[in-house]
Design a protein around this ligand. Structure first.
Ligand code: F3S
Length: 753
């Protein structure tokens, strides 16, 4: 992977001078997060100090990772950019579209049949454009990235919220929407609001049953699901150094559950060991050369309160194992309190399943520690009460764990070994039995929202470490505390489980026969990407039409959305996931969750051509067929939620011209701009009330569209009266260029010609 080594070398070469420039600009010692951010500025050396939580800054990430569900639209868009190859090293990982039902072999076979078309598409696009392709069964994106691509001091983006996992190897790794990935792959800057910084000082050393997972379960309890929003968490202290690299990955991974932009750790011996063990001694050597730059300045860690916006301190020596849930990952309960809590809240204590895996906890160390508990069940004559399911994180982990007998231990407990993929973590678990009954499961994943694993709203899912999953599953009792409680074995004796032991890294080294990686063609120019015209799941994108330079006139109101309108209301997930690569099909969910301000109903709007009420997508399709432009009106924080670009692409595809709201969620506003839409806000919020259901809408001065100049829009009401509403916008000249060209991609394409 010479592409990678050269890139890493270039990053490390630039780092010292860039950090020096940043230190001068900021005027004080730097945290690790600042060092990484400032050494990845798009414009090179820092010339100013950015304001945390305020300044929008352009960055140049080192690499991009995409998973199969989100990669589809990202790559369909990238194909529009007119580039022969991606500009930064990029990879695609097939891990989400894989079932978990009977066991690895059969599930993989069935998934290849069910989603073969999507996998083939991703494979051929990757091959053509120089993108590394990880086949179905190769592993979960974040485990594979940690094993192969993450490097200390690097910056990456990925089209998955748990991209943050790579912080375990000292990266600033951030989850983004597909449109952002396209920008970076097309060689454009990537914009981020300069994050605030939370320092987490870890003292002491873990012992007994405590695992790295407990650090983040504790932090989640402290900060809650929103407490990390807009922040980078930087872990430091002696305790941090005592954790393995994959353990650090677990902690960073679940930073997503507290809304953090990302989390990271300074480079240390554990990272060096991990790099060497995963066949990257060359990266370790290079990192050692710039070691001082791959961690925060001493002064920062000596007086953290002066340099971080918030500081949390956790003593690992006294940290208790935690079990978080149900239904939210921040409901933190120390294991010693679980029985009491469960009884108080009426949570079912009989545990039916214990699941070990997901991108959070599927490393060799995780399997080795959990298997040490499973082994005791056999040795001590215990009968396991719950079922076990295991998803190894990668083929390399699976192969090595099999070689070392770890999987055999689970198999002796009748565990089902699922494919090296997300499986139950993303609702691909076809669990048998009544799917509405009240029950409890424990897992080592990161999210435990209602219905997430098995679609059953009455499944109480609890998140804990893999070793605790093993112990609780063996006992079949949510309230079981392995530190104090005993279990009755088959002979009727009382036995106690000893604390887990395991290997941080396999003593015989990692091994794998076929890791599932497919390198792209050197020259992909002759590779044809085939998408069947009658495909239900994939559709090549047509470039959106450029603006004709004229005012939009005679437009109709598609919907005036009332109250909260998130990207989920605009483009629902769930069953619609399967159409993520087919813009026309997924557009049938356009705005179906938005509440119509005139009747307070969802997916029921007045069709001004017929006077009838009908679904939003069908109504809009009729306007489009008649060549009638439309606008959408919305309330506050329109488009909050995920960064999914479908929420902007669908209305654009269906012919909506403008979205006029009281205020936007910023990412959605940018997405609308990128897709060539008009994203406008009421200069006077009260004007929202002037918009009527039967209005005809005329833009009066769009032909003079320019930076900083509000637009005047005339609303002609059914009775002939008129209101002229002033609409503000935040387009700069470059973004007006996107609008003119029809989309940002069209412009990139023009520039690439
Ligand atoms: Fe996959 Fe679940 Fe992680 S869906 S990427 S294992 S959060």
């Amino acid at each position: 992977m010479a592409f990678d080594i050269d890139m890493i070398k270039a990053v490390y070469e630039k780092m010292p001078s860039r950090i020096e420039a940043a230190r001068k600009s900021v005027g004080k010692p730097l945290t690790l997060a600042e060092k990484i951010l400032y050494s990845h500025l798009w414009d090179g050396n820092a010339t100013e100090a950015y304001e945390r939580g305020k300044s929008y800054v352009n960055f140049a990430p080192d690499r991009v990772a995409m998973q199969d569900a989100t990669a589809q639209m990202a790559l369909l868009q990238f194909m529009q950019a007119g580039k022969a190859k991606v500009s930064v090293p990029s990879t695609v990982h097939c891990d989400h579209l894989i079932l978990a039902k009977q066991g690895a072999e059969e599930d993989l076979r069935n998934s290849l049949t069910a989603s073969g078309e999507v996998f083939n598409f991703l494979e051929s696009v990757s091959n053509k454009y120089g993108i590394g392709f990880w086949k179905p069964g190769a592993g979960i994106i974040h485990q594979v990235v940690l094993e192969n691509y993450a490097f200390p001091g690097g910056m990456m983006i990925g089209t998955d919220s748990h991209t943050v996992n790579a912080g375990g190897l000292g990266m600033v790794a951030i989850g983004v929407g597909g449109a952002d990935a396209v920008d970076v792959m097309a060689g454009m800057p990537w914009e981020l609001k300069f994050p605030k910084l939370i320092g987490v000082k870890l003292t002491g050393k873990m012992n007994g049953w405590t695992a790295p997972k407990d650090v983040i379960l504790k932090v989640a309890g402290i900060l809650t699901v929103k407490g990390g929003t807009g922040c980078i968490l930087e872990y430091f202290g002696e305790g941090a150094k005592s954790l393995s690299a994959t353990g650090k990955g677990t902690i960073c991974n679940m930073g997503a559950e507290i809304g953090a932009t990302t989390s990271t750790f300074g480079y240390d011996d554990s990272m060096e060991r991990y790099l060497r063990s995963t066949d990257r001694a060359d990266v370790a050597e290079m990192a050692n050369q710039v070691r001082e730059h791959l961690t925060g300045d001493d002064e920062v860690y000596a007086n953290p309160e002066q340099y971080f916006d918030q500081v949390i301190e956790i003593d690992l020596s006294t940290l208790e194992p935690h079990v978080n849930g149900p239904f939210t990952p921040d409901r933190a309960t120390p294991v010693s309190k679980m029985r009491e809590e469960a009884e108080k809240n009426g949570w079912p204590t009989k545990v039916e399943w214990g699941l070990i895996g997901s991108c959070t906890n599927s490393s060799y160390e995780d399997l080795s520690r959990a298997s040490s508990i499973a082994k005791q069940a056999v040795e001590k004559g215990l009968k396991t009460k719950a079922d076990f399911g295991i998803n190894p994180g990668s083929e390399q982990v699976r192969y090595t764990a099999e070689r070392d007998g770890l999987l055999k231990i689970f198999e002796d407990l009748d565990a089902t070994i699922f494919t090296n993929a997300c499986g139950p973590c993303i609702g691909q678990w076809e669990r048998s039995g009544d799917n509405t009954r009240v029950n409890t499961i424990v897992h080592s994943f990161n999210r435990n929202f209602s219905k997430r694993a098995d679609g059953n709203p009455n499944t109480h899912a609890f998140v804990t470490s893999p070793e605790m999953v093993a112990a609780i599953a063996i006992s079949g009792d949510l309230g079981f505390n392995p530190i104090t409680d005993t279990l009755t074995n088959e002979k009727g004796e009382q036995v106690k489980l000893d604390p887990p032991v395991g290997e941080e890294l396999p003593s015989k080294g990692f091994a794998v026969e076929d890791n599932g990686y497919q390198a792209p063609a050197e020259d992909g120019s002759n590779i044809e990407v085939v998408v069947r015209p009658d495909s239900k799941r994939l559709q090549l994108l047509e470039p959106f039409k450029p603006w004709d330079g004229k005012n939009i006139t005679g437009a109709k109101l598609l919907i005036k959305a009332f109250g909260k309108c998130t990207t989920d209301h605009i483009s629902m997930a769930g069953p619609w996931l399967r159409f993520r690569g087919h813009l026309d099909n997924i557009s049938d969910n356009c705005l179906i969750g938005a509440v119509n301000a005139f009747n307070k109903e969802t997916n029921k709007v007045k069709n001004q051509l017929t006077g009838e009420y009908g679904p939003v997508p069908a109504t809009q399709r009729q306007y489009k067929a008649e060549g009638i432009p439309t606008i959408v009106v919305g309330d506050h924080n329109y488009g909050e939620g995920s960064s999914r670009e479908h929420a902007a692409m669908e209305p654009r595809h269906l012919g909506v011209k403008a979205v006029l709201v009281k205020s936007f969620a910023r990412i959605h506003e940018t997405n609308l701009k990128k897709q060539g839409m008009l994203a406008l806000t009421f200069a006077n919020e009260a004007d929202y009330d002037k918009v009527q259901e039967d209005d005809t809408i005329n833009f009066l001065d769009l032909d003079q569209f320019s930076e900083g100049k509000p637009l005047n829009i005339e609303f002609v009401h059914a009775d002939g009266s008129k209101d002229v509403i002033v609409a503000n916008h935040t387009y700069n000249e470059a973004q007006i260029g996107w609008f003119r060209a029809g989309s940002a991609l069209n412009l990139i394409k023009e520039q690439n010609k």
